[in-house]
Design a protein around this ligand. Structure first.
Ligand code: PLP
Length: 482
């Protein structure tokens, strides 16, 4: 906005100057004082270094990765190839704004994905700006806050989250300037309606929204969902759907029909795009019609002649949430995945749910599953008994799996299950893999009873065994070693 086409040409000319004159126009104080001593390494050594480095790590390319609440499914190579197509890779983002008529294909990719996500979620409009699920949550809560402010209800700052919530939900609410109250689960793992009723009565003019994941992080579909939405709306609050893991319901039921007003999705989970190493991600946010004017700008609109362009004029927009327009390569991959999947999208969720239920049944034979009903895409087992009787913990089992070629499930989450192992197989694992998982986990549990000390020492074969994980993150030590 505000950048003229002529300026853009000039900017391009400067870039060209820079290339032809080499370092000629870099001022003295910006130049290095000495030559950098970069290692001289032959190409094959560089290749070996990186291949060996990758072999020290576990990935979905190596084995099953049943990380609960993360949807670690196969990322088709076809989508990668499309995202790296030169017609997509070398488009400068400024072109979308300056010469939209010449990059209609790029705008069309956003538009087509939006149309499909609208169908899948039952929402009316989307933004692709958020670069992660948590960033989508922040966008969504900004929208909700602004909606209340515009309606003269600035005091609505209370965000409810269930006790099974993903940690990002309360963190987001706090970041957006709201405060948080936890709502307890009942013995079925669903929202406790009596408790909700009480909070809504006590705090009716403070409620901004209820943030829910359905099915929740226990893998349970809340049977009262429509009632919950109605109760919160009655109290003047909005319903926020954390759709990071839409894998369970896609093609079968829609947050928009359940009564939700704002939804975020994780393209890097449900829609088959990779999410290792912290990104890049994409957390598009969808809203119902009455919230369209609050979306971040610009949004893409189709004019009557079929031409797509940016619209910056949303009356109550929360502003811009990212530089440029979002992680476009992820958008390309997600659309490719949806186009390749087509109507089978319903089968994706059916198979994900089938796999989780099959696994749960098998795992229940040797580990406790505290919330065994209404399981959807994942389930939570507990190593509480093992810990009590043999001192073997969820962490020990997780490390034992790693030593046997299977990535650990999510552990110690959700917080309402002690010694939790949260297992999500996704639809992309075969029956043979699921059987292997059961076999390995079962052997570990038996070994824990026979020889607990051995299990407490796992893993024995990985390059790193039991690092201080917090320290490893805070004091990252990555250096060149041949
Ligand atoms: C993964 C996840 C998030 C956060 O998504 P990020 O892209 O990691 O920020 C939020 N909610 C749920 C339920 C999730 O599984």
């Amino acid at each position: 906005m505000g950048v003229e086409y002529e300026n853009f040409i000039e900017m391009k000319d400067i870039a060209l100057d820079f290339e032809t004159e080499e370092s000629g126009n870099i001022s003295e104080e910006l130049r290095a004082e000495r030559e950098w001593e970069l290692p001289y390494v032959p190409e094959n050594e560089v290749m070996r270094y990186f291949i060996n480095l990758s072999r020290k790590n576990f990935s979905v390319e190596i084995g099953m990765y049943p990380l609960g609440s993360c949807t670690m499914k196969y990322n088709p190579r076809l989508s990668e190839r499309l995202a790296f197509d030169s017609r997509i890779q070398y488009i400068h983002p400024l072109l979308l704004e300056l010469v939209a008529d010449r990059v209609q294909g790029i705008l069309r990719i956003f538009y087509e994905l939006e149309e499909r996500l609208k169908l899948i979620t039952g929402m009316d409009a989307f933004t692709f700006q958020p670069a992660a699920g948590a960033h989508g949550e922040l966008t969504g809560v900004f929208i909700i806050r602004k909606y209340h402010i515009i309606n003269g209800q600035n005091e609505r700052k209370l965000i409810l989250v269930p006790d099974s919530a993903h940690g990002t939900n309360p963190a987001t609410a706090a970041m957006a300037g709201c405060y948080v109250k936890e709502v307890k689960s009942d013995q079925d793992g669903c929202v406790d309606l009596k408790e909700l009723e009480k909070i809504l009565t006590d705090k009716s003019n403070e409620i901004a929204a209820f943030m829910l994941t359905n099915p929740n992080t226990l893998g349970i579909y809340d049977k009262n969902i429509e009632k919950i939405c109605a109760m919160v709306h009655e109290a003047g609050g909005l319903m926020y759907y954390d759709g990071a893991n839409l894998n369970a319901i896609m093609g079968r039921s829609r947050p928009g029909d359940m009564g939700f007003d704002v939804v975020h999705l994780n393209l890097h989970k449900t829609f088959g795009t990779p999410h290792g190493g912290g990104g890049p991600g994409s957390g598009p946010v969808g809203v119902k019609e009455f919230l369209r004017e609050f979306l971040p700008v610009p949004v893409i609109v189709e004019r009557t002649n079929g031409v797509l362009e940016f619209d910056w004029n949303l009356k109550y927009s929360v502003g811009k949430m990212i530089g440029w327009w979002g992680n476009f390569a992820v958008v390309v991959k997600a659309l490719a995945w949806l186009l390749a999947t087509g109507k089978e999208v319903k089968k994706v969720s059916e198979d994900a749910v089938l796999n989780a239920n099959w696994l749960k049944k098998k795992v229940m034979e040797f580990l406790d599953v505290p919330y065994p009903h209404n399981t959807m895409h994942e389930f939570v087992a507990s190593a509480k008994e093992l810990k009590k009787d043999y001192g073997v913990t969820a962490l020990d089992l997780a490390k034992g799996l790693l030593d046997n070629g299977i990535h650990a499930p999510t552990i110690y989450f959700p917080l309402i299950v002690s010694e939790a192992l949260m297992i999500e197989p996704t639809e992309t694992e075969t029956l043979a893999r699921l059987e292997e998982f059961v076999e390995v986990l079962k052997n570990l549990v038996e070994e824990a009873k026979r020889d607990p000390e051995k299990v407490k020492g796992y893993p024995y074969n990985t390059p790193v065994s039991r690092p201080d994980e917090v320290r490893a993150v805070k004091e990252l030590d990555v250096k060149w070693e041949v």
